[in-house]
Design a protein. Structure first.
Length: 251
C-alpha cells in the first residue's frame, strides 16, 4: 500500500471506481434509465432484487426520498442482507436451484415489468435463475454485476452462465474479484470492500436518468419527497394514491 492513510486510500479507490463507472458505463446507464422510463410510461412496475450484501443497494432504491415511488423490493426470507442466523445460511441459499423460481411464483412481477438484479459475482444459481425466469415471464432485466468475475471464476449455475448473460442491459460495477480495495503488509488478507458504495451510486445514476427521461417526454416522474420537509407527507400521499396499483410496499 502506498503513502496515505488507509482512509485516504480507500476513498481514493472508491472515487477511482466511480470515475471509471461514469466514463465507461455512460451508455449502459443511459440505456437502463430509458428502459425504466419506458416501463413507467407503459404502466409497468419496477422491482429490485439482491441477495446478501447485494440486497443493500436494492433496498436503497425503495421508499427513498428523492427516488422513484414505483421501485419495489423483491425479497424472500434469508436473502435480504444478513437477516438470518447464522448469516452463512444466506450464502448457501444463493446456491439453491429452484429458489428464484419460487420467489417469482409468489411475487407480483408480470410481463412488461422491469427487474433490477444485483449480484456482485453474478455466478450463483439464484441471480442467474432469477434473470432467466424473469425474462421467460416477459419482464425486462437490468443486471448490475462485476463482469470481471465471469473471466476469473466458474459459474455455480447448471448452465455454466452468469447473470450478465441473461440481461437486457448490463451495468458493470468494475469491482475486482474479491471485493477488497486495500492491502497492508501487517494484515494477512485484502480489506476495505467498495461494492456497496459503487453499486448504489451506479443505480442512483440510472434512476436520475429515468426521472429526467420521463420529464423530457412531458411526464411527471413519480418521485417521493422526504417526510422531514414541510409538505413531504402530503406530497407522498398523492403519489401513493395515484400509483397505488404499482406500489407494493404500501400494501
Amino acid at each position: 500500500m502506498s503513502d496515505g492513510t488507509p482512509a485516504d486510500l480507500f476513498l481514493d479507490a472508491a472515487i477511482g471506481l466511480l470515475q471509471r463507472v461514469r466514463d465507461e458505463e455512460a451508455e449502459a446507464i443511459a440505456t437502463a434509465g430509458s428502459l425504466l422510463a419506458d416501463t413507467v410510461a407503459a404502466g409497468g412496475r419496477l422491482f429490485a432484487f439482491g441477495a446478501g450484501h447485494s440486497s443493500l443497494p436494492a433496498q436503497d432504491l425503495v421508499y427513498r426520498a428523492g427516488g422513484l415511488a414505483l421501485m419495489n423490493l423483491l425479497s424472500a426470507p434469508g436473502l435480504v442482507g444478513v437477516d438470518v442466523v447464522p448469516a452463512t445460511l444466506g450464502s448457501r441459499l444463493e446456491r439453491v436451484d429452484g429458489l428464484a423460481t419460487a420467489v417469482l411464483d409468489t411475487s407480483p412481477l408480470r410481463a412488461g415489468d422491469t427487474l433490477v438484479i444485483i449480484s456482485l459475482s453474478g455466478r450463483n444459481a439464484l441471480p442467474v435463475e432469477m434473470a432467466v425466469e424473469a425474462r421467460r415471464r416477459g419482464a425486462h432485466v437490468v443486471g448490475v454485476t462485476s463482469v470481471a468475475y465471469a473471466g476469473q471464476t466458474t459459474s455455480r449455475h447448471s448452465s455454466g452462465t452468469y447473470l450478465k448473460d441473461h440481461c437486457d442491459v448490463v451495468l458493470d460495477s468494475k469491482i475486482a474479484v474479491g471485493d477488497a480495495e486495500l492491502t497492508l503488509d501487517t494484515i494477512p488478507a485484502p480489506f476495505a470492500p467498495a461494492s456497496t458504495v459503487v453499486t448504489s451510486a451506479l443505480l442512483q445514476a440510472v434512476l436520475a436518468t429515468t426521472a429526467a427521461t420521463l420529464a423530457d417526454r412531458g411526464l411527471e416522474p413519480p418521485l417521493l419527497r422526504s417526510g422531514n420537509v414541510d409538505g413531504g407527507h402530503e406530497w407522498n400521499a398523492r403519489v401513493f394514491a395515484e400509483y397505488a396499483d404499482r406500489i407494493f410496499y404500501q400494501q
